[in-house]
Design a protein around this ligand. Sequence first.
Ligand code: ISL
Length: 566
Amino acid sequence: RAAEPWWKSAVVYQIYPRSFADSDGDGIGDLGGILARLDHLVGLGVDVVWLSPVYPSPQDDNGYDISDYRDIEPMFGTLADFDRLAAAIHERGMRLVMDLVVNHTSDEHAWFRESREGPDSVKRDWYWWRPGRPERGAVGEESAAPNNWGSFFSGSAWQYDDASEEYYLHLFSPKQADLNWENPEVRRAIHAMMRWWLDRGVDGFRMDVINLISKHPDLPDGEPAGDGLYGDGSPYYVSGPRVHEYLAEMHREVFADRPERVLTVGEMPEVTLEHARLFTDPARGEVDMVFQFEHVGLDFGRHKFDVRPLRLTALKESLGRWQTGLAEVGWNSLYWNNHDQPRVVSRFGDDGPRYRVRSATMLATVLHLHRGTPYIYQGEELGMTNAPFASVEDVRDIEALGHYRQAIRAGEDPARVLDGLRARGRDNARTPMQWDTSEHAGFTTGTPWLPVNPNHATINAAAALADPESVYHHYRRLIALRHGEPTVVHGDFTMLLADDERLYAFTRHYRDTTLLTLANFTGEQVRIPADLATEWATAPLVLGNVGTAIDPMTLRPWEARVQRKG
Ligand code: ISL
């Protein structure tokens, strides 16, 4: 196993800088704030810090709209602050992974400004400019757009530019213009930028929507989607025609001949297991692992804001299939949360006072005992919950606001649309980190850009550190277990009780050791099926969330346990 890459036994911690810690009182988190809080991560025991984007940006999508790839957003600090932070992370034995957002740039990026100068600009072809279709409507209107694709943030995926009388493609907001990867100069500029960051000492990249970078060059209309307002362009850009070629080229140009082994993780909405196997097959040299979205889409109705209950059997079928599918070739990333997802304890657990800690630690146990690299999103280790947004006035996220406007225009009931935002809106993940009981939870001395969750009076890092039974200490124990027990890293995976709607059970096996993970996804006591109970009755407890006295026949509400044989 000596040749195994370091990231197979690593745990990654994601920081969303604007909501982590504010060092200068402007109400927005920054690099100085992160530096001052590194001990929190050291105590937890994580190996890698991933920073969501800290580059200069108009912040239309909180930094996922980058206007300069080689600098730091002034609100977050300077390049010198960045170098200090990187050095401090390295001194503590951790690594640093940067977000890489290269499907699109800000419309304020110098490349786009130049591209926008007109059809003769040498950078015109760096983006997707197309004339309108006058036969469909008045040029300049959405109806005459080059095709019928809708954007991820509602509305058309095309923005009209008056000066040149053409439209440009934006799969996300109009301020996030899609780069044209067909153009080799675009790819070379991105590779050079990536090498520049690696030379500065970063240890890897989390690649934003990297499976969307290759578009079918004809940009064909899509079939009517969802509410029928726009066409679904995804067949023409999800894992598009040249994406594997582009990632293999990037690997050759940026990563292949560097002395150090870096981490590359591709964020890939709608990626299939079949493509993921190709993306992560080491022999192909594309990326180390992908973020897939299947398990966080099982409770969607017509769309993400249309809330349906999760069926546990569906979750097990999905995660189990990914475990098996990437067992021989490739590697999984494991996550419940990130800055785009609602808080998992509110979504799949119970965030009420009685069972919040129990259900959060149960969910953590299940995830961290799977095979793959776990990602912890800031505040998840405290069992932070969704936020109580009183009205749409409290919502900041561009995706949620776009959906709200579109749904109201389509005649939906505002109260119900707001319920959807409360359950699924991305701001749930973006309320400030809860450090202590002080006014703004120790996040800032100013006014936070998004209000702190009032429950910081009880849910906060200071309280969690002081309580050995807290969610924080449970995460710490799970991370230590992964570092000390090779079965958690390397063991093969077998799902048990696949048809059970209440219990999640699986084993991991490596050499002479088998670990059983058994978890109750309900707030009721549940009997363990007799043969499983008998088989494991005397196996010692490695880790659990209800103390050390386990009942071999039943699981208490939201109980999780890991037992060992061999
Ligand atoms: O948030 C989502 C769930 O509805 C997705 O549509 C999300 O936009 C998608 O997963 C891509 O996410 C990434 O790229 C976006 C950015 O807004 C997200 O924050 C980022 O994680 C565009 O850069």
